[in-house]
Design a protein around this ligand. Sequence first.
Ligand code: PFF
Length: 450
Amino acid sequence: MSESVHGMWSSRIMFILAAAGSAVGLGNIWRFPYVAGENGGGAFVLTYLVCIFLIGMPIMVAETILGRAGRKSPINTMQDLTARSNAWSGWQVIGWMGVLAGFMILSYYAVIAGWAVAYLFDMASGTFVGADSTFANDAFKSLTGDVWAVVGWHSLFMACTILISARGVGKGLEMTVKYLMPMLFILLLALVLWAALTSGHFLEGMTFLFSIKSEDFSGDAVLVAMGQAFFTLSLGMGAIMAYGAYLPKSASIVGSATTIALLDTVVALLSGMVIFPIVFANGLESSAGPGLMFITLPIAFGQMSGGQLFGTVFFLLVTFAAITSAISLVEPAIAWLVEKLKVSRAAAAVSIGVLAWFWGLGTAFSFNIWDDVMILPEKTFFDTMDYVSNNIILPLGGVLIATFTGWFLNRAIFDEELGDLSGWLKTVLMLLIRFVAPLGVLVVFVMSFI
Ligand code: PFF
């Protein structure tokens, strides 16, 4: 099939922007620094980078191949491709797991993004002018402790996501991403410069992020690093497969995937380079958890001249980065509902959004009325959603995607999708998809359970 019924990206660049929009999000700016802080800094960052390049990139290529070859929702793409490859139709489970993971992730993603929206308004109104670490800590606690406020912002973010998804990933969104992503990049660079020149603790921050101590490696930290690699690249749940379905035939899949992964990694590392110097300059805890970005950045903005403006723009960009990711979380489910029930995109988007909103209340409450309710040992509702989706379902989805693509997908389809890729590159890629990526994930799973 040369076109998808859901629409098509107008060019390869638009696919790269949309997929980079999906990849770059809260995972880079909010989650990466705090999980790195909780899991040993440099050792974690190294493991994460290895996972991005040896496991993540091959799986991104595999997902895009499947998506473009099938041109449907991940569930139906898998059905189509198993039929064309004479493979077992049970591989469709990849699509189903993806819908489940997307739903779980969106439910909490919207809550955290809601915090960012709240901060956007606080920044704009000058709440954080002159803020120090006590003020920033208190502000974070009072926002997350306020059930009504959190649910209100959560609802607003979810409504925006549904609205955009309902209207389709057309020109409007493409254009938004086109201008906002470069702006986010420039602002991050400016912040890195600020942290380097004025925090007085830039080296300490860099040392924390990049110096590797062997005692910091642990089975669980390795699992979290791998989970982060999947989460940040939007892999293992069909989001990239769904976006790949709208990719024009002429575009190079390997080139696009490499660009997306590099952009995503740079944004994560830059965020760490902004946040950790501020952590050390203000005597904050590097292992502060989900509040890390929300406590550190307001201090920086509170103290720099023009911080009110920069802070407002920054949280605006974080919000947009989150929206361009959130819409990709629901795309697999929306596309499937449209294909299966022949309902409109709008109806599909609203149904999924309402369900995810409801499930998200569990996360909204995890920081206040349910902060002592543990679903898994020592894990709140939020921690549980995050742990199960990122550290288990996404990597498992990734193993299945790589295994299917490497071993069971009709070879002619594989070759056709990779087009003019030179012979040796194709061999290396095949080795990565067949062996390195699936075995890598399995090794990490085993290590974390020992
Ligand atoms: N990659 C996004 C981020 O880093 O914020 C989160 C995400 C989006 C994960 C889409 C998974 C996904 F399918």
